[in-house]
Design a protein around this ligand. Structure first.
Ligand code: C2E
Ligand code: MG
Ligand code: MG
Length: 643
């Protein structure tokens, strides 16, 4: 081009210097020829460029077609404009089926709309992004894909198209998942391994720290497993381990974690119990289950396990310490012989063995007819006549003798056995009332209800069925609940009591004054009687505060039309003070302890329902400590257990 321009200049100079007509004509001809040459040269260059561009486009197209990744181009509305060969192969759709359709034809991403949102963002911002998700093939199969999305902008910067590049990573993902699984699980049993066990335990600790529940860590080890391996070989050993893993999984609670920590060592995280010793009952169940004969090579082997337990907070705050301490406890259990359990803390050890001891015996107590119901009368304080009685359960066990309910009711509650036993007490009491007949015993009978029973969905049915089975007037039945039930869920408890009252039974608040009782809340409760706790009665002649409390309770109860019953009257002096404080009724050893049915019937046949010869003549004795102060609202916390 430069040389052409130079020639042109020289030529022009020639024209200006020799301006003859011929020269002019010749010059014009040369100009025309030169122009033609220039235009031809330009056209030649342009054609070369176009051919290059066409070549480039062809190569790019071939690259798109031959690449292994799926490439798809859509307009901004999602209509498919292009899909490459890999796209056809990956999705199973033909090009003609997809082009012109929406992206949804092959991309119904199961990614809860996250991808769609990202697409919208990219359309707005013009920024590329990466994502992964599940695509669906024409035959319905899904494939795991990693996707890169590039927005294409026009000259004014608006996004006109989106280019999707996707890769089917299904096989790679499966491999990764498998590796991930193998890093966390034991291949033989399918249980979490030691590392993952520690991780899961950490998570549980964090969770329960907020919820104030107990977590315990148990490490269990098969006794004499080496013997199985030595005598029957490793394959048999593997079978035993798998069998043990299944037993563990089937025995623990649903939320508990079971893991294989190594060789014949297993770990359990027991979650959600109300007291540390509850773990003892789970471990006892496991050790019992393992006692089942294991089938090994056509023979049956007897196995045992030993266990060490540590309890979160008491025996350590973090997962490592808890596992370590459970291991120490396991070593101790092993040293005591086979089939043994040890808690890390000696204090829990003692309680746990009592718990397991009681639980084992209580399991068969109902079936073996070991429970009894005793009846303790309560009297009108003004007339001293019998006004009613309370049914109190006792347990007669061959090892333990006659056991008082305070020793075994907590275990019945913790194990849920209270539901069946409570029903038995109610039915036995109703049958007894029926037997005594209306003439001999026209009074109400009180039956204690536990919080667990109150929460049970069949409580109302159970109460009305018991009444109708023995054709009893509901007025003859009183149900006693402790005020602790309101501490858990005031609204729920109040609603249940209201429905019980609708059946026609009466309600007493037991052990009143020991929970978080505020006198002012009495008026909100659907109750008929208030039983003043024994602790106030015991101190009533010595402690002005106790007397003030009783005065406040009787005063408030009277204003609400409720009756008061003092519990645990043992002396005449206490009785006299209570009469002066205008308590309505009283119960206690002064009148009678709880009696077996026959003795109670005899008691009823005494004058005014008093046993022949006792108790002493009721007369007002001078008060030792006159009540001086009145507490309108008192909160005392002497008992923690709710019934
Ligand atoms: P509670 O309902 O407050 O029963 C009164 C307890 O005080 C009884 O103890 C009774 O024997 C005792 N007692 C009565 N008079 C005197 C006295 O003058 N002095 C002394 N020191 N004690 C007296 P027991 O039979 O050991 O029952 C303890 C608790 O067990 C009961 O307290 C009640 O909360 C629970 N309970 C008893 N039977 C049942 C039942 O069938 N179901 C449920 N859920 N709980 C029950
Ligand atoms: Mg009671
Ligand atoms: Mg009581």
């Amino acid at each position: 081009m430069e040389s052409m321009a130079k020639a042109w200049l020289e030529f022009w100079n020639g024209i200006t210097q020799a301006a003859s007509r011929e020269t002019m004509v010749a010059s014009a001809a040369v100009i025309v020829v030169a122009l033609i040459v220039i235009i031809a040269a330009q056209l030649f260059v342009l054609r070369g460029r176009r051919r290059k561009t066409e070549e480039r486009v062809r190569r790019a197209y071939e690259t798109l077609e031959e690449t292994w990744d799926l490439i798809l181009i859509t307009d901004r509305k999602g209509k498919i404009e292009y899909i490459n060969k890999a796209g056809e192969e990956t999705t199973g759709y033909g090009r003609e089926e997809l082009i012109g359709n929406g992206r949804g034809a092959w991309l119904p991403w199961r990614d809860d709309g996250k991808l769609l949102k990202e697409i919208q963002d990219a359309l707005r911002s013009g920024e590329p992004f990466r994502a992964s998700g599940l695509g669906t093939k024409k035959n319905g199969e899904t494939f795991q894909a990693d996707v890169a999305v590039h927005p294409v902008k026009n000259d004014s910067g608006a996004v006109t198209q989106l280019i999707f590049t996707a890769r089917d990573v299904t096989r790679q993902k499966k491999l990764e998942d498998r590796l991930h699984y193998m890093a966390r699980y034991d291949v033989l049993t399918g249980l979490p391994n030691r590392t993952y066990f520690a991780h899961l335990l950490k998570q549980q600790i964090a969770r329960t720290n907020q919820e104030k529940r107990f977590v315990s860590v148990m490490i269990l080890d098969l006794d004499r497993f080496k013997y199985v391996n030595d005598v029957f070989g490793f394959e048999a050993g593997d079978e035993v381990l798998k069998w043990t893993a299944d037993k563990l999984r089937a025995t623990v609670e649903k939320e508990d974690i079971v893991a294989r920590l190594g060789s014949d060592e297993f770990g359990v995280v027991h979650i959600d119990h109300v007291q540390p010793v509850d773990a003892a009952s789970v471990v006892a169940r496991i050790l019992d289950a393992v006692l089942d004969p294991v089938p090994v090579e056509g023979r049956e082997l007897a196995l045992t396990m030993s266990a060490g337990i540590s309890v979160h907070r008491q025996d350590g705050e973090d997962a490592e310490t808890l596992i370590q301490n459970a291991d120490i406890a396991l070593a101790k259990a092993k040293s005591l012989g086979r089939n043994n359990v040890q808690f890390y803390s000696q204090d829990i050890n003692a309680r746990a063995s009592e718990f397991v001891f009681m639980e084992k015996r209580l399991f068969s107590a109902l079936k073996n007819d070991e429970y009894l119901v005793y009846y303790q009368p309560y009297h009108q304080l003004t007339t001293s006549k019998v006004a009613g009685a309370e049914a109190l359960i006792k347990w007669r066990n061959t090892d333990l003798g006659l056991v008082s309910p305070s020793r075994f009711i907590p275990t019945l509650e913790d194990t849920g056995m209270i539901i069946d036993v409570g029903e038995w007490v109610l039915k036995t009491s109703c049958r007894q009332m029926k037997e005594w007949g209306k003439g001999k015993y026209p009074h109400p009978l009180s039956v204690n209800l536990s919080l667990i029973q109150l929460r049970h969905k069949y409580l109302l049915n159970m109460v009305s069925d018991s009444l109708s089975e023995f054709k009893l007037n509901p007025e003859r039945l009183t149900l006693e609940v402790t005020e602790g039930i309101f501490m858990h869920d005031m609204e729920f408890s109040t609603a249940v009591l209201k429905r019980l009252k609708d059946i026609g039974v009466s309600i007493s608040i037991d052990d009143f004054g020991t929970g978080y009782s505020s006198l002012s809340y009495l008026k909100r409760l659907p109750v008929d009687n208030v039983k003043i706790d024994i602790s106030f009665v015991r101190d009533i002649t010595k402690d002005p505060d106790a007397a003030s409390m009783v005065t406040a309770i009787t005063g408030m109860a009277r204003s609400l039309n409720l009756k008061t019953i003092a519990e645990g009257i043992e002396t005449e002096e206490q009785l006299n003070v209570l009469r002066l404080l205008r308590c309505d009724m009283g119960q206690g050893y002064y009148f009678s302890p709880a009696l077996p049915p026959a003795d109670f019937a005899q008691y009823l046949s005494g004058p005014d329902g008093l046993p022949t010869g006792g108790p002493v003549q009721l007369k007002a004795a001078p008060m030792k400590a006159a009540p001086t102060k009145t507490k309108a609202a008192t909160t005392t916390k002497t008992k923690t257990r709710t019934r």
